[in-house]
Design a protein around this ligand. Sequence first.
Ligand code: HPA
Length: 296
Amino acid sequence: MSRSTAETGSTRPIRPSDQPALIASLAAAVRDRTTIVPEVGIVLGSGLGGLAEDLDDSVAIPFAELPGWPAATAPGHAGRLLLGHLAGRPVVMLQGRFHLYEGFDSGLVVQPVLLFKALGARIVVLTNAAGGLDPSFGPGALMVMRDHINLTGRSPLIGPNADSLGPRFPDLTDAWSPRLRDRLHAAAASEDVPLVEGVYVGLTGPTYETPAEVRMLAALGGHAVGMSTVLECIAARWVGLEVCGVSLVTNAGAGYTGEPLTHEEVLESGKIAGPRLANVIRRFVADLPAAETPPG
Ligand code: HPA
């Protein structure tokens, strides 16, 4: 099959060296709509979309109105980029995201965080819905990501590097910022929301795991498992963004309860625990030191 029939639009491979021009055109399209310079970029996973309603002076741009971006297809994901003020601080939010399981290239999956950086953000907050690998994490648990295991078999950084964006061999030692993790815990304590901490395992999906896979992932050191986030973290570190994030554990991993997993259950738990996570993130943003405000 020729590329023109097999790979169209948003599924076409995007190499790191393609990103500077693509991100510049995305940033220009955003700048046509707003002059807001965000301090923080926030990716809203399933169940967290409600945080977008807390934005003041917000400008919402549907994905399909940005160059090269397809409309969101995943259920539970609205598919908009929003800029505005959260707790008085300028932020950019992604309501929905691009997933590998939708057939999207890893280069597209990470463009939102690269765009956050191009718009001025220095910090990114990644959120997701996840299954609990740690048997003590029930539905509704909120887990600060301390580290991740990328089992997608993919990297957004394969191909010629864009040295203007980041190094060829990025370090991931403290990929999930210890400083920002402390701030998330402090924000949760202020809001009286219990937070646990653990390692997120990223797979492609779209199936949920088998019970044997859940046992394996737990034995490998994972505490929660999902179908997003790891590539975004890698790209964010590549361009020097400081990264933190929280998993909303919507269900015990497959096999723990004996009941089948359903997407409805995932969305339902997200609806219940999402507002608690929204409170934590709002407080986290509100309490960021003013010194982190970019000048101008
Ligand atoms: N596995 C993978 N992804 C998920 C799960 C799960 O159990 N729950 C929500 N997202």
